[in-house]
Design a protein around this ligand. Sequence first.
Ligand code: ZN
Length: 164
Amino acid sequence: MDAYGDTFQVAPERGACACPTHLTESLLATKVPFSTWFLDEEEPEDPVTVGDLIEMEAFEVRALTPDQPEDHPDLARGFQFEAWAGDEVSCHYDDDARLAFDAAVGRQPGIGAVDWEDREVLYITAPTMCEEGVMTAMAGALLDRRVRTRRLWGWLRRLSSRDD
Ligand SMILES: [Zn+2]
């Protein structure tokens, strides 16, 4: 461990964490509603559950570690996790929703700052949580109905664009 090692705050392992919740059977089986933009473009055949998103690796969470020099800049910025929310996740939130997806993640218990680097990568401050707890928080954010535009607005938008 180099000189940084003592100063970085790293995430605890599962068991030493203070996560409000972890992944439960019922959370994994919970269906995630599709976003308005997605439903405007496609008719999904099957519902998607939280467990499906994790299984298809659309959701991933990795604790940053001082062992990896490339993690040092983000640890130095006060983050403990790098999270991945892939394309399949973006089918479940709208960019013009009342609550942005990254803001919804930031509102979950135990989560501090969230830096949404690009469409898929989020850096997260959660010094008392383990990887699974942060994964649970990301799922909780996606299940917050405010991350989706109400379909009524989607319909109105479509109607008005037809008039153009
Ligand atoms: Zn935990």
